[in-house]
Design a protein around this ligand. Structure first.
Ligand SMILES: [Zn+2]
Length: 157
């Protein structure tokens, strides 16, 4: 792949303020689908900040595992929410998340991967309600079928 000294995008700098923070996992397989969800589904692709790290929302669970990571996740989240006066937090977990394969099983009530992730989404909801009570929060789960078709569904309750 050639080294590219300068690239000039057609897109101009987007100057309107952001309203939302979207937290999801780094896994490259989901990036195009999630971007499409943000632009065509939620229609916020131009006014959301992104926090994209391995495991996505797991870093905001405030469980004892990897406390420095949790500290950083919260530090980044608070920074963006305060600096940009964000009102809406969107969490997206995904099927077959490699990060969860490394987490110790004792952190969750279930060994079933999706249940572990849903438990963490609920933990984040509780933590955010306490720590950042002005934020509204929505949780989604991205899955795929054997043909590679993705679906991103809202998690409720
Ligand atoms: Zn992942």
């Amino acid at each position: 792949m050639p080294f590219m000294p300068t690239f000039q995008p057609r897109a101009k700098l987007h100057e309107q303020p952001a309203s939302s923070l979207v937290v999801f996992c780094s896994d490259h397989r989901f990036q195009a689908g999630i971007q499409e969800f943000l632009s065509q589904g939620l229609r916020i692709s131009e006014d959301c900040d992104l926090l994209v790290i391995p495991g996505g929302p797991q870093c905001l669970t405030l469980v004892e595992y990897l406390p420095k990571f949790s500290w950083a996740g919260w530090r980044w989240t608070r920074f963006l929410v305060d600096a940009h006066d964000l009102k809406r937090l969107i969490l997206i977990a995904h099927q077959d998340c490699g990060w969860y394969k490394e987490l110790p099983m004792h952190l969750h009530n279930s060994t079933e991967p999706r249940k572990r992730q849903e438990q963490d989404m609920k933990r984040v909801q509780v933590a955010v309600a306490n720590e950042l009570p002005n934020l509204t929060i929505e949780s989604y789960y991205a899955s795929y079928d054997t043909m590679g078709n993705m679906a991103i569904e809202a998690l409720t309750g």
